[in-house]
Ligand binder design. Structure first.
Ligand code: MN
Length: 370
């Protein structure tokens, strides 16, 4: 339905939406993006807010592929830049190319200049410009074509060429297949970035990771020479003491279990986060931990953000997780203005933590399978 509708409106619109993760080298979408990339002189790569390992990995792998890790603008050939909406966690600083990333929130003027001169945008790991905030608003004022490489459900029609595969484990998997479809090999830097995205978006291959194709990709990345175990250590064993203590506090003091619903709820207020000097990414993965308990199949985590100037109410960020045949995305979208996959979704509420918990308790019976 969606594809048909789009074809009617845009004659130049090339779309490859499929539930099977295959990118054909001669497909309309690949041919069109190949032409766009060949013609582009100033490419800007964007990825989502609060960048995670897959956002970083997919964007940086595209960057390495497009500029071979060199600053090509020095040679006068072309410029390629990665712009992220806000800061990424320090435990991704080691990623090859991370030091070249521009952060929109920190240097809007510098980034705006790059966006204004851009003649091509590459959009990885998000399905809607709203997911990248002010950076997205600025990007959408540009008429330059956009190529989207993503794995989230229900993309909006903002891009000129879309590679949208909701069964791919990560955007990094989509980027990998895209580069292959262009007949190219990844270099070591690109391969390292791709692996980081595959590893983090699957919880180190513990969910969304049953396809043989994924392990064939990993085999090839290892042949290229990536240091798989070092990547794991760089991402998962470099936490601050505050982060580990915050995790302990959350599990010991703040985890509520609703046995009849097989449900866990963790809430953290802005004050509590301050006590542990909360940094971006410090509670990444926390929502998965209650699922380690037998008989807990659902986990919800709420984090309070202080109100920003101009927004009177705090923002409660809500993460949903579940196991097996128990959808949480409908709950997230119908009650908490969010969405996502069956077992992993997100939402938000502008108000107090207490209001969020009340709404959670009031609606749980409707959306949770006992
Ligand atoms: Mn992702």
């Amino acid at each position: 339905m969606f594809c048909l509708h789009m074809w009617e409106i845009f004659t130049t619109f090339a779309v490859q939406i499929s539930t099977y993760m295959t990118i054909h080298p001669e497909s309309e979408a690949v041919l069109r993006s190949r032409t766009l990339i060949a013609q582009a002189k100033h490419i800007v790569i964007t990825t989502h807010m609060a960048p995670d390992g897959d956002a970083m990995g997919s964007a940086l792998a595209m960057w390495h592929w497009l500029c071979k890790g060199e600053r090509l603008e020095v040679k006068g050939e072309r410029s390629v830049d990665v712009i992220v909406p806000n800061a990424f966690p320090a435990f991704y600083n080691w990623m090859p190319g991370a030091d070249q990333i521009k952060i929109y929130e920190k240097d809007a003027n510098g980034c705006n200049a790059l966006i204004e001169q851009a003649d091509l945008f590459i959009c990885t790991d998000y399905n809607d410009p709203k997911r990248i905030g002010a950076l997205g608003e600025k990007m959408m004022t540009s008429k330059a074509p956009k190529i989207m490489l993503d794995h989230h459900l229900n993309p909006t029609d903002f891009a000129d060429v879309m590679f949208s595969f909701s069964d791919a484990c990560s955007a990094s998997e989509v980027v990998y297949q895209f580069i292959k479809a262009n007949g190219d090999q990844l270099d070591w830097n690109g391969a390292t970035c791709i692996y980081t995205g595959l590893m983090t978006d699957t919880g180190n291959f513990s969910f969304n990771s049953t396809s043989c194709d994924l392990y064939e990709i990993i085999a090839e990345l290892i042949r290229i020479g990536i240091k798989k175990d070092e990547i794991y250590n760089a991402v998962f064993n470099q936490y601050s003491m505050d982060r580990v203590r915050l995790t302990g506090y959350a599990l010991y003091r703040k985890m509520r279990i609703y046995p009849e619903y097989h449900m866990s709820l963790i809430t953290l207020s802005a004050d509590e986060l301050d006590q542990y000097h909360y940094q971006v990414g410090d509670t990444e993965g926390l929502v998965n931990m209650p699922l380690q308990i037998s008989d807990v199949y659902y986990s919800v985590y709420m984090r309070e953000e202080r109100p920003k100037p101009g927004t009177p109410k705090p923002r409660i960020r809500i993460s949903f997780r579940s196991q097996g045949d128990r959808p949480v995305n409908v709950w997230a979208s119908e009650v908490f203005h969010g969405g996502g996959h069956m077992n992993a979704a997100g939402g938000e509420l502008f108000g107090s933590l207490q209001q969020a918990v009340q709404l959670f308790e009031k609606t749980m019976a409707k959306y949770v399978l006992k």
